[in-house]
Design a protein around this ligand. Structure first.
Ligand code: SAM
Length: 176
């Protein structure tokens, strides 16, 4: 397993359309746009309060008006960039809208519970082109993410891990 920071990992990224699943305020979407230079970037997030998601309340709060405001901030933030498409829907619902082999890279950072990460990996893996990357955040922070990724790779683990920015926790990168 080789470790990079995002600018170094960018040399391994293949050109083409990309997806971020789990966007929140769009900070990492901006890193993707700057370092990985997607031809198109699909941003998928429910932007809802979900009490069954262990991360959700601390990120989203419970106020529907504030949560809608957060979604609109992301729409406005990326409105000038014609590469960006914002989809307010669940990860699995969005994955179902795309043909297989559609993307050069998919980055998963949504619900971090084990069954959700597993379902996200299963749903998005076929959407990544051969030679592309199935990536996600928090490989070194959430046991649930590590377990899901290691199981998905048959115990081999991801080819690469990388830090999105200096000092960030490790993201995983699985080559398709
Ligand atoms: C950790 S945040 C994403 C942070 C973002 N990737 C970043 O680094 O800037 C997780 C996001 O996943 C979203 N989310 C949770 N479950 C989801 C699901 N099933 N489908 C789509 N988005 C989901 C939440 O609404 C939340 O905004």
């Amino acid at each position: 397993m080789i470790e990079f920071t995002a600018p170094d990992f960018a040399t391994h990224v293949v050109p083409g359309p990309m997806v971020e699943v789990g966007v929140w305020q769009g900070n990492h979407a901006e890193v993707m746009l700057n370092h990985w230079r997607p031809s198109r970037l699909i941003l998928v997030d429910t932007w809802i309060y979900d009490p069954k998601d262990s991360l959700n309340e601390s990120l989203m709060g419970t106020n529907a008006r504030e949560i809608r405001g957060r979604y609109l901030e992301v729409v406005n933030r990326f409105e000038p960039d014609r590469r960006v498409v914002v989809m307010r829907m669940s990860s699995i619902e969005a994955a179902g809208l795309f043909a297989d082999d559609s993307f050069a890279l998919v980055y998963i950072d949504a619900n971090h519970d084990l069954d959700h990460v597993t379902a996200d990996l299963d749903a998005w893996a076929p959407k990544v082109r051969s030679g592309g990357w199935l990536c996600g955040h928090d490989y070194s922070l959430f046991d649930s993410v590590k377990m899901a990724v290691d199981e998905f790779t048959g115990g081999a683990g991801p080819e690469f891990v990388f830090r999105r920015t200096e000092g960030d926790v490790l993201s995983y990168a699985i080559r398709r």
